[in-house]
Write a protein that binds this ligand. Sequence first.
Ligand code: NAD
Length: 258
Amino acid sequence: GKRAFIAGVADDNGYGWAIAKSLAAAGAEILVGTWVPALNIFENSLRRGKFDESRTLPDGSLMEITKVYPLDAVYDSPEDVPEDVKTNKRYSGSSNWTVKEVVETVKQDFGSIDILVHSLANGPEVSKSLLETSRNGYLAAISASSYSFVSLLKHFIPIMNPGTFLFQVYFFRFCLHWFKVMVKVRFAMITGGAAISLTYIASERIIPGYGGGMSSAKAALESDTKVLAFEAGRKHKIRVNTISAGPLRSRAAKAIGF
Ligand code: NAD
């Protein structure tokens, strides 16, 4: 079976949880990355059985999460973590939660993964309009919601199983008169390593309330998806996609009053 790492699961209400369940139902092994400040509550709830009902898969079994990794996708390696975060008591209880360290730990634990899911975003000034957004708020939104995907993909690629290009042959015209069949042949990468993220329509249309530079962050994420698909596809045979999801009352969405 395939092994998936889903970054951005901290309860059973969001897209990350739902994607984990679908992948588990399809037979994948599930690893999740949970934001460090939310780690304790998530692990306790999981242990106490609070999610057992929503962990139920279509065949009646419970989704197993093989391992929960603490993660803060805003930091690439320990050198990037400011002192006040390092000593913050919500962070100091966990270790190895920067992107580079998480990938190193996954490598030690399992060797490789097949699927990377990026289901995380954060915009500290999301409730402010773009005109009212500070430079720091804007950059924080891009860092947590866009660059976090670049960073996760960059670090995970060396341990992602590459795909193979397969022949796809399909008939596109059948000329009865000449008893001649015209076929079209193409190469398509339809197996192996894949990365996906979640975007939102506010990248291309005005959605009042989706502020703080979050609309900009989603536009960056979408553009990056094309460039990363080209680069990771050519060099590493990894597919990169993003899904523009509809509105869902997740924890993140409630926080901005959606
Ligand atoms: P969610 O709250 O379930 O997921 C967001 C997760 O990101 C949370 O678990 C949070 O702890 C985590 N997170 C925040 N900052 C982080 C960091 N620095 N490092 C690691 N994790 C961090 O909410 P959701 O709505 O399911 O969001 C998942 C994705 O779906 C996001 O990219 C969001 O923008 C996107 N999306 C949501 C909607 C919607 O209406 N809910 C619509 C379209 C797209």
